[in-house]
Design a protein around this ligand. Structure first.
Ligand code: HEC
Length: 161
């Protein structure tokens, strides 16, 4: 699955690179800050305005969900962590987020990145539930990192503004 994301991102970077370079040509001395390159190579995705607001609100809930999941894991409440992941980020969240309506405005690579996130979250839910039985948290933490990697992957490739 990560190979699919990588392929999608490489495609996104390649198509966006030319635009990014053209935009930043008049700032030859701008320095990279932090880990971010001086050129923004993310592909611009045009969503209808109300859908942008709706999607960004979902995004803020994604971040809140990650925080709640981490907190529950820290307290050893693996079932609660699993439920949050499945309902708010996993395959079960697709209806909740109006994913069907939103998907048609997304380039293919972005759709794939979204699907990768939903799948990773559902896999995390299963693995976290197992952790409750085995007492070994490491696989759950690794699975959670794969969810976060899906966030990072899409953010690296696409922007609304
Ligand atoms: C399919 C693509 C995709 C995935 C997957 C994704 N995001 Fe986003 N997210 C975006 C885009 C595009 C933006 C807007 C970025 C921009 O325009 O600069 C965004 C913005 C955000 C914002 C800013 C919200 C605001 O109010 O401005 C947060 C927070 C965020 N995402 C969190 C997450 C988290 C946490 C995850 C993973 C659990 C995630 N996102 C997964 C595409 C995605």
């Amino acid at each position: 699955m990560s190979r699919i994301i990588t392929a999608a991102l490489v495609a996104a970077f390649t198509s966006a690179a030319t635009i990014g370079l053209a935009q930043h040509d008049h700032h030859p001395h701008s320095q990279p800050h932090g880990q971010q390159a001086a050129t923004d190579t993310r592909e611009f995705v045009k969503f209808p305005e109300p859908l942008i607001e709706h999607t960004l609100a979902n995004m803020r809930d994604h971040l809140a969900a990650l925080q709640e999941i981490q907190e529950h894991l820290g307290m050893g409440q693996t079932d609660a962590a699993a439920q949050i992941a499945e309902k708010r980020l996993g395959m079960s969240s697709l209806g909740l987020h109006g994913a069907h309506e939103v998907a048609k405005f997304m380039p293919r690579g972005m759709q794939d990145a979204g699907t990768a996130m939903h799948r990773a979250a559902s896999q995390f839910a299963t693995i976290a539930t197992d952790a409750g039985v085995t007492g070994d948290m490491k696989p759950a933490l690794t699975a959670l990192a794969r969810v976060t990697a899906a966030c990072v992957g899409c953010h690296a490739g696409y922007r609304f503004k």
